[in-house]
Ligand binder design. Sequence first.
Ligand code: GTP
Ligand code: MG
Length: 194
Amino acid sequence: MSFINFAAREINCKIVYYGAGLGGKTTNLQWIFERMAAKSGGKMLSLATETDRTLFFDFLPLELGTVRGFKTRFHLYTVPGQVFYDASRKLILRGVDGVVLVADSQDERMDANEEALANLQTNLKDNGYDFATIPYVLQLNKRDLPNAVPTEQLKGLLSKKGEPVFEAVAVEGLGVFETLKEVGRQVLAELKKG
Ligand SMILES: Nc1nc2c(ncn2[C@@H]2O[C@H](COP(=O)(O)OP(=O)(O)OP(=O)(O)O)[C@@H](O)[C@H]2O)c(=O)[nH]1
Ligand SMILES: [Mg+2]
């Protein structure tokens, strides 16, 4: 739930990057951190295994300027994609305002992508949210790899509600800010309605 502090004129929103293991969630945040937050002195917090798999979450707070006189902060989180960290994923979704599903375009990751999407829907529901209405973007990552499934085919498989879809190569920053901007736009539009 986005948190509005009228006295301090601040808006705080939570965006969660979800998806199968090794899909590129942490890489999205690292790119954003290096291009934006590092310059402004912001910090990224990562809890990872020795092999750089996310263990609990990554966290990156971003200040994105002012909307109608309110200082707007986005709190970006990733979940651990590995199947057995489900309790953490559920917990991290608490208080979420918007979700990015980072799909791995590689052929052999289709089952994992579908499983991650189903898991997202279940965990949103268990937290009292509706997948059908929550601000949401589908990112098709790893478009640079030779075994990437054609975009249209991926959309047919993973796009569920007419959501905006972005192709990405997160290691090179392609599609990273487009994805973030769109989910941010949806979250702020939702706030205005509220
Ligand atoms: N070729 C290619 N590799 C990528 C891309 N995005 C991420 N990777 C690589 O994929 C691997 C996994 O990326 P992460 O960002 O750690 O994946 P994750 O989704 O956070 O994984 P978990 O934390 O285990 O859930 C890393 O070696 C990245 O460098 C991409 O667009 N193209
Ligand atoms: Mg990660």
